[in-house]
Design a binder for this molecule. Structure first.
Ligand code: MN
Length: 264
């Protein structure tokens, strides 16, 4: 018996299907808007198309009923979004649960502030990291590769942020509450991987305003420290060319072990 017997007859032997035609940002943002009263929250309603060609990336630290980190990656006019309770880890042996949430508008990437208590997601939001990202797989068409990866639940991407860089993957593992997909966020082994590190503890202030969560919730305005070096902004230490990578490359990564276990 082969794996093919488990599939429907007409799917066997077909070449890789193109990902479904992307839905409009308006359609994708319907749930986001339904949950919010824009007369009460300063969050954006969204819908303005992105100008640049580079795909946006942001992580917002969100002290809602439970503290979490919202990872958002632009795709087809919206920010695909995942709530990561423990936040990202630079350790490739660590898998972090990432619960998919509703698509957000691209303008949300600039949001830092406090969502009023009693409103959806009420609590303080900090811009924890931001930048761009690119496709991390092997498809010759990067955008199609991203769409296929998202559809397959094996979404490979390369972050170009201020705090997070390098190759990552989100792997879909199943369904959680309210039919939301559960994914795992994993750092691939590369020069930006740091075993036994705690990147969320290393960066406790806003990537754009340098404020703490308390300063944001207290409404303290932007604090600029243009004339001092910001320790928390220091880039990950560069490894010199001759220095060995910290982990054995032959050893299977968390990602490889997960993919091997996953049903097709
Ligand atoms: Mn959130």
């Amino acid at each position: 018996m082969t794996k093919k017997t488990a599939r429907t007859a007409n799917s066997a032997g077909k070449a890789a299907k193109p990902a479904k035609a992307p839905k409009s940002a308006e359609t994708q943002l319907a749930e986001y808007r339904r949950k919010r009263d824009f007369t009460r929250t300063a969050e954006p309603a969204g819908g303005k198309p992105a100008a640049g060609k580079k795909l946006a990336y942001v992580i917002q630290k969100h002290a809602a009923s439970h503290l979490h980190y919202d990872l958002r990656l632009e795709l087809d006019g919206v920010m695909k979004s995942w709530a990561v309770p423990k936040g990202p880890s630079l350790d490739p042996s660590v898998k972090r649960l990432a619960m998919e949430v509703e698509d957000h508008p691209i303008e949300y990437n600039a949001f830092e502030g406090t969502i009023p208590k009693g409103e959806y997601g009420g609590g303080t939001v900090m811009l924890w990291d931001r930048g761009t990202y690119s496709y991390g797989g092997t498809d010759p068409d990067p955008l199609e590769g991203l769409r296929r990866g998202y559809a397959k639940g094996d979404f490979k991407f390369i972050l170009h942020g201020k705090r997070l860089r390098g190759s990552w993957v989100l792997v879909r593992t199943g369904r959680g509450e309210k039919g939301r997909s559960q994914w795992l966020l994993i750092k691939h082994r590369d020069e930006y991987a740091v075993p036994d590190s705690d990147v969320t503890a290393d960066h406790m202030t806003s990537v754009t305003t340098d404020r703490t969560m308390e300063e944001i919730s207290g409404g303290k305005s932007r604090v600029w420290h243009s004339n001092r070096s910001r320790d928390s902004e220091a880039p990950a230490p560069e490894r010199s060319a001759g220095q060995p990578a910290p982990a054995k490359r032959s050893q299977a990564s968390a990602y490889q072990r997960l993919i091997a276990r996953r049903k097709p």
